[in-house]
Structure formats: C-alpha cells, structure tokens
Design a binder for this molecule. Structure first.
Ligand code: SME
Length: 159
C-alpha cells in the first residue's frame, strides 16, 4: 500500500468512527470537511455544493469564500452534476474561465469534484476539493473519496 493509500485508509476509518450513528446532514458534511481539510497541507478548499432545484448552492466548506450558486451548465462542479462522474482537473487555468471553470478560490491550481448520491442513487451534492499544487489529484484520491462519500448520505436533495 502506498503512503497516500494508507493515509486515506486511516482518514476514512477516523471519519467512519466519528460519524457512527449520526444522521444530521450538516453535521456529517462539516465533519468530513474538517477532517480532510486538516489532513492535506496543499488542500486550499474543501466543500459540498448541494443540489437544489436543478442547480448547486454552496453548503458546508473550509477555505476562502465559495461561490454561492453554480448552475449545472457551468464549472467543474456543474460538469460533475451533469455527468454524475468524478471530475479530475490537473490544471484549472487550462480550462475556459467562467464556463468550464469558475474561479472561486484564487489559490487553486488543480481540482477534484466527486458526485454525492443518496441510497436511492439521487444526486444530492458534489464534493469539491481544490489544491494549491498542479496535478494534485489522481486515481487514489478518486477511489477513496468516492468510497467515503458512498457510505454516509441517505437524505433527499434540497427542495
Ligand atoms: N472551481 C469550481 C467552483 C467552486 S470553487 O472552486 C470553491 C468549479 O469550477 O466548479
């Protein structure tokens, strides 16, 4: 197992233990953000955008002020919500600004966005992580973040 895989394995165990038996959505989102944000020195922004009326609104996060509203048509988060697939961007500056990428965090160089489903397979949120390093995210981040986010949310999208 690589050092990064070991780190994620430990973090997932810690999050699962802290959240055992918890049902409140905000509590769970805040806890996941806090534990992950503290664990990676180059992560400058972590947060949930929640699905509401076929658009995204900012939810619990850590970092600089996040965009409040993101339409499904825009940005990396919007693409994740449209395609229902994790988006990994090695260099956010290589994307067209305002359409393919929305620059909320000025320190961001690379980004990963993971879809968050409930147990009905409805999309309820996306989880966005920004890094100050280029190409910070790879298949290990994708695998562990997808696994982590699979197991915690049962609620319906906001209405
Ligand atoms: N960069 C995202 C917007 C959210 S901020 O990074 C916090 C995007 O392009 O969807």
């Amino acid at each position: 197992m690589t050092a990064k895989q070991q780190k994620y394995t430990d973090l997932v165990k810690q999050i699962d233990a802290v959240l055992e038996g918890e049902t409140d959505t905000t509590l769970k989102m805040v806890t996941i953000n806090c534990i992950l944000y503290q664990a990676f020195a180059d992560w400058s922004w972590t947060g949930f955008y929640r699905v509401k009326n076929d658009a995204l609104i900012v939810g619990p996060y850590q970092g600089t002020l996040g965009c409040l509203h993101i339409p499904f048509e825009k940005g990396v988060c919007g693409k994740c919500a449209r395609t229902l697939e994790t988006q990994v961007v090695e260099d956010v500056h290589a994307l067209e600004q305002g359409t393919e990428h929305i620059a909320c965090d000025p320190n961001s160089q690379s980004e990963i966005v993971i879809p968050v489903f409930n147990n009905n397979y409805d999309l309820i949120a996306v989880f966005d992580v920004d890094s100050t390093k280029k190409a910070a995210f790879d298949s290990t981040d994708k695998y562990f973040l997808e696994e982590l986010l699979k197991n915690h949310f049962t609620e319906a999208p906001l209405s």
